[in-house]
Design a protein around this ligand. Structure first.
Ligand SMILES: Cc1ncc(COP(=O)(O)O)c(C=O)c1O
Length: 365
């Protein structure tokens, strides 16, 4: 059997009839950027997540960048984030001229270690970016308490976690802003690039709308130095179709994760921890094993594609090693050497899931 890490064409086929119809409507409409489909999708996401405002833009990276800019982050400010994340989290901090300070992760959740955040705060610290890594919510109540105590803003990086929640409250509704990615591989993905910023703050919402469209204010005047970060109508229409299925897709991911957990925890892998009050959205299913490279080769020989999220902590990359600050990143460094992500996508068939679970368990035994 050949199991891809992801099969995006299979995902498209599942919704093809509705997607094709909506795309044809857009093509015939003559309105292609920031139109009624974007407005409709923004309203649908705000409603789904339970946030006042949702502002579409053209990627998750831009969602982070726009969120930081709308909150007034400036050159010389410091922002604390996790070392175990995709580069975009830190790139966004650097695009607005701020200093990124990396904090180590909790070994069980792989999210930022809340106990190490306060030691990284200096008089220049303005904000925190927790990342809900792999779809598991970061410890938001504890992080909010730290942010309130030190008067810091929070931008949540929700790129991997659409639909995840703590005590029923969706990620992206805790901080001053939430940044989502609709890159095709994400839980809610389009057929290209796309992103969204959520906020409850009316002024942040206004600035986001200005910044994403060349700094143009409500009266049509350029009121700020903005960006070209608009979402296309085609992508908004596709996302609107898929949003109706996101709960079912996340539920299927959860089912696959549970099947993997059953087989792999008894075979000696460290399977993902899920705190009792959290809803994991299973963007990735990542295990930690002693000899990751051998397991990866064994799975490839058996026709199973895997991926490394992440093969290095950010501070181990040339650019970030020169530009970020950190104290100790021992846990992130260690986990990067032992992580392996297995295929998990809603359209995987049960026989494919069973094959991955049993082959991985056999190779570990
Ligand atoms: C944690 C994290 N943050 C930010 C991003 C950036 O999203 P995009 O690729 O849509 O710019 C990604 C996506 O790869 C991500 O995984």
């Amino acid at each position: 059997m050949k199991i891809p890490f992801l099969d995006l064409a299979r995902s498209y086929q599942t919704h093809a009839t509705d997607i094709d119809a909506r795309m044809r409507d857009v093509a015939a409409s003559g309105a292609y950027v920031l139109g009624k489909n974007v407005e409709r999708f923004e309203a649908a996401v705000a409603d789904y997540l339970g946030t006042r405002f949702a502002v579409a833009c053209n990627s998750g990276t831009d969602a982070l960048k726009l969120g930081l800019a709308a909150l007034g982050l400036r050159q010389g400010d410091e922002v604390i984030t996790t070392a175990f994340t995709f580069a975009a989290t830190v790139e966004a901090i650097q695009y607005v001229g701020a200093q990124a300070v990396l904090v180590d992760i909790d070994a069980d959740t792989c999210n930022i270690d809340v106990g190490k955040v306060e030691a990284a705060i200096t008089p220049k610290t303005r904000g925190l970016i927790p990342v809900h890594l792999f779809g598991l919510p970061a410890a938001m109540p504890e992080l909010m308490a730290i942010a309130n105590k030190h008067d810091l803003f929070i931008v949540e990086d929700c790129a991997q976690s659409f639909g995840a929640a703590i005590d029923g409250r969706a990620v992206g509704t805790f901080g001053n802003a939430g940044a989502f990615s609709f890159y095709p591989t994400k839980n809610l993905g389009c057929l290209g690039d796309g992103g969204m910023v959520t906020t409850d703050d009316v002024d942040v919402d206004r600035r986001l709308r200005e910044l994403r469209n060349h700094g143009i204010g409500a009266a049509g005047e350029h009121v700020a130095l903005g960006y070209n970060s608009r979402l296309d109508e085609l992508q908004a229409a596709v996302l609107d179709v898929k949003l109706a299925h996101v709960d079912a897709m996340n539920e299927r991911r959860r089912h696959i994760a549970e099947r993997y957990n059953q087989s792999l925890s008894s075979a000696g892998a460290r399977t993902p921890a899920v705190p009792a009050n959290t809803r994991h959205s299973w963007g990735y299913y990542t295990i930690f094993v002693d000899d990751r490279d051998a397991l990866r080769v064994g799975l490839a020989d058996a026709g199973i594609a895997t991926a490394l999220y992440y093969s290095k902590s950010l501070h181990q990359h040339k650019h970030f090693s020169r530009t970020c600050r950190w104290a100790s990143l021992d846990v992130a460094t260690d986990l990067a050497a032992h992580c392996l992500s297995l295929p998990i996508f809603p359209e995987m068939r049960d026989d494919e899931v069973d094959y991955v679970a049993s082959t991985t368990a056999a190779l570990l035994s």
